[in-house]
Design a protein around this ligand. Sequence first.
Ligand code: FMN
Length: 395
Amino acid sequence: MSKALNDFRLKLAGKEYVPIFVGGMGVDISTAELALEAARLGGIGHISDAMVPTVSDRRFKTNYVQEKQKKYKFNIGNVDKSLVQFDLERLAEAQKLFVSRTMDSKKGDGAIFINCMEKLTMNSPRDTLQTRLLAAMDAGIDGITLSAGLHLGSMELMKDHPRFRDVMIGVIVSSLRALRPFLKRAAKFERLPDYITVEGPLAGGHLGFGADDWHEYSLKKIVNEILNYLNENDLNIPVVPAGGIFTGTDGVEFLESGASAVQVATRFTVTEECGLPEKTKHHYLEAVEEDIIVNTISPTGYPMRMLRQSPGIADGIRPNCEAFGYILDNSGHCQYVDAYNRELDKNEGKISVQDKTCLCTQFRKFRIWTVKITRSNFRKQKPPLLLKFLLLLHN
Ligand SMILES: Cc1cc2nc3c(=O)[nH]c(=O)nc-3n(C[C@H](O)[C@H](O)[C@H](O)COP(=O)(O)O)c2cc1C
């Protein structure tokens, strides 16, 4: 008889779990409710700290966004955004509130992790990332997944925290080439990751591959390379493939060839607990293969896979870095701000920015619909409108 996902168990830091991670999806698409349900059923659920002050305002009626906007109102017409800094105390406060409220509601044998993206540079990459990491540990998160970036400095940012050795820490990579330097730096602090998530070319969200050659890569091949490398170096670290895994059968294939769990995201976008608006969930449900494109409109510089119907594509909305500003780099630049100002110089009427999108505003409003490639799209499946792990476990 063929195996099902729940014939396998994930062993992580001395505990056993259902071998499914619900992938982190910002901004509050993988909600606390979705993560909690995954944990209740014995798996791993991710919340995401993307735009956490905004998430906190929505959930807990705090006032972080307005406060920041008010403080920097004088700068709205200024092309230079370098002055617009996050207040680190406020950022820590928002992160702690979000994480602690989530952890307080946790039931069951699973775990809640938080997805922390390095590419969320927030006009001060090192300090804002450190603030988010430390605050998540302070607030009792079970694990931290380091994503969207190489994270070569992230272990160092956490090393003095009392929970540095007991919180679970994982990293997302898309190649052995990206993994090697991370492990080298982690070894310096005698703190290897507890798991390695390998995100392949078919993943939803940003891709760790080139916009022109992503289709030449295979998740299976990358996972095997990483498994062999770990084996050759006597490193016993669970490997978690992600990207394009839609059914239990997809997952079992990976588990039979040496992976310890699978990470799945797109499949859960149509669940009741997912944070997307109902209307958007229906767009996901209706999507067919031809609707999916990979483009370079993300100002992070990474290619992104999305539905071509996403209303955030080619929109010319005014940047709102004074309120948000999550993609501003170390010197206050964002590729969308540059593209917007270029169009503003050319046009007087309504602006359309074709080559970049305002990730902050568009993601906040759920107007970029990022997905995996749908080998078997939702319509061929019974849509799991209530998160049913078991459904995934058995088909
Ligand atoms: C709607 C959506 C939003 C996502 N947002 C993020 C994010 O904010 N940060 C991140 O690191 N990964 C993000 N991802 C990637 C997922 O965490 C996951 O690794 C990947 O989508 C797995 O592939 P799958 O969607 O084919 O299952 C997102 C994926 C989707 C579908």
